[in-house]
Design a protein around this ligand. Sequence first.
Ligand code: GDP
Length: 301
Amino acid sequence: QKFISGLSKTSSSFMGAITDLFAGRSKIDEDLYEELEEILIGADVGVTTTMELVERLRKEVKERKIKDPAELQPLLSEIIADMLEIEEKDSPIRMNPDGMTVILFVGVNGVGKTTTIGKLANRFKNEGKKVVLAAGDTFRAGAIEQLEVWGNRVGVDVIKHQAGADPAAVIYDGIQAAKSRKADVLLCDTAGRLQNKVNLMEELKKVHRVIQREIPNGPHEVLLVLDATTGQNALMQAKTFGEAVNVSGIVLTKLDGTAKGGIVIAISHELQVPVKLVGLGEKPDDLQDFDTTQFVHALFQ
Ligand code: GDP
């Protein structure tokens, strides 16, 4: 239900246009394919993914000898679902079976990183887990306090240094504190300034190395947070961060605020990294596991 209401902006524009297109045509021709391409690109599915999607649609139409445009809609849902299925499909957050789970969050400022950490802390807390947050964004004024606000709201400890401190040192302390408090989950925030990309990427690598050194098999997840409303820009960010750290999953925030939720398809298909969580609002429980079936269902509501 949350998925459907959270995606209503996308489904009404995206689906409205596609239904109109399929209903308004008497035959399947070049014109129809071209218009479909325009709608998909307009919904931020991205040029590469759109071309591939439409190509597959053409092929299926030919093979199955489909003549009626009305039959295209279920076929299109099927193809979209198939393109969203990557190896680790619908994967939930990977938890450490033998001890503390450490999750590293990366992403540009303003995408919703802190909010996501807060929401996830809330979820784990509600599951009865002990959670610690590490305030690794020591660069942005206010980032530490903002994480503390979430920590207080949810009722979990926040490990911090002063602004300007070495993020790797904060994360190191976070790990030690979480270990001694016997925490189940440690969520690590990081900086997201892109003014000096090279420095930021070096800093993230260092933080990553500290976790690897201190935690066997850690970090268990490296989640890249992307803002769905930034469209194709989100794809570019994913490429930049992907060069510095091995991103294991995507959190796509603010899907409730965009009519261009097609970006989900572009991201998971072009990056071959699973979308693990989606943000559908600002409240603590507005974070959902990503589910392909539900997503495609919500798109075509
Ligand atoms: P950060 O700089 O990446 O840590 O971003 P923040 O967590 O501070 O979020 C930036 C803004 O986006 C805040 O006003 C959040 O309330 C808002 N936000 C975050 N996630 C979502 C979401 O899923 N939906 C909506 N509508 N707003 C969100």
